[in-house]
Ligand binder design. Structure first.
Ligand code: AMP
Length: 233
């Protein structure tokens, strides 16, 4: 099962992604995390990516596309994968589709969390990251997942902010890319929706990101349940 997962920064994509990963037992590949790990380890890739990430710009396609396509060839991806944060623009979508077609495959499922830009921004600024587990959701601007004092509401771990989460210019820059319907992420989404219209694949699941995390999770689970033909893919 090959899944691409879309949603603007701040839409709860990371949390819902963990739900999909658990359900299908496929690796959850988050390009932002791959880059951040490389930065903290001081690798050459990290060095190259750092300045772009700090400015909220996309890391150039010449670096990002081969990095992701190589990752998808690793052994743990043999039964599929959940891609999160990629493709982020039209070119990445086309390159991914082309690479899969060369192997006689394609994206099976597209999941999109739809959320207005202003709400997404407020959520990003409230986001707190648990040092023990990136998938422990904490947000000072969302009642349901407020931290426990200054600690993670799930495990009590220390919380930190991501530098790029507190930088409004960087958030706006990231959202400019996401909401760009010509070349950006919305264009990448449209590319797969057009494929779906013409061939029926990938299956499309759209979710309303304004609802609570639990409601979105329930909706996602029930929509996936209905895609029975994919559950055995
Ligand atoms: P994220 O954690 O998804 O918000 O990603 C953090 C940063 O990593 C982004 O703002 C970009 O600078 C970079 N990045 C993540 N995914 C991609 C991608 N598909 N293409 C280019 N840059 C990316």
């Amino acid at each position: 099962m090959k899944i691409v997962f879309f949603g603007p920064n701040g839409s709860g994509k990371g949390t819902q992604g963990a739900v999909v990963e658990e359900r299908y037992q496929i690796p959850h590949i988050e390009t932002g995390i791959i880059f951040r790990k490389n930065i903290s380890k001081g690798t050459e890739l990290g060095e190259k990516a750092k300045a772009y990430i700090e400015r909220g710009e996309l890391v150039p396609d010449e670096i990002t596309i081969p990095m992701v396509l190589e990752r998808l060839k690793e052994a743990d991806c043999s039964n599929g994968w959940l891609l999160d944060g990629f493709p982020r623009n039209l070119i990445q979508a086309v390159r991914l589709d082309e690479a899969l077609r060369r192997e006689g495959a394609g994206v099976d499922l597209l999941i999109e969390i739809i959320l207005e830009r202003e709400i997404a921004k407020e959520r990003i600024m409230g986001r707190r990251i648990c040092v023990n587990d990136n998938n422990h959701p904490n947000n000072i601007n969302i009642e349901a997942i407020k931290p426990n004092g200054k600690r993670c509401r799930i495990c009590g771990g220390d919380l930190k902010t991501r530098d790029d989460d507190q930088d409004e210019a960087a958030i706006d820059q990231r959202h400019d890319i996401y909401y760009d319907t010509r070349n950006g992420t919305l264009a990448a989404i449209q590319y797969f929706k057009d494929l779906s219209d013409s061939s029926g694949i990938p299956a499309i699941v759209e979710l309303d990101g304004k609802r609570s995390i639990q409601e979105v999770t329930r909706e996602l689970a029930s929509r996936l349940e209905k895609l029975e033909f994919l559950n055995s893919a």
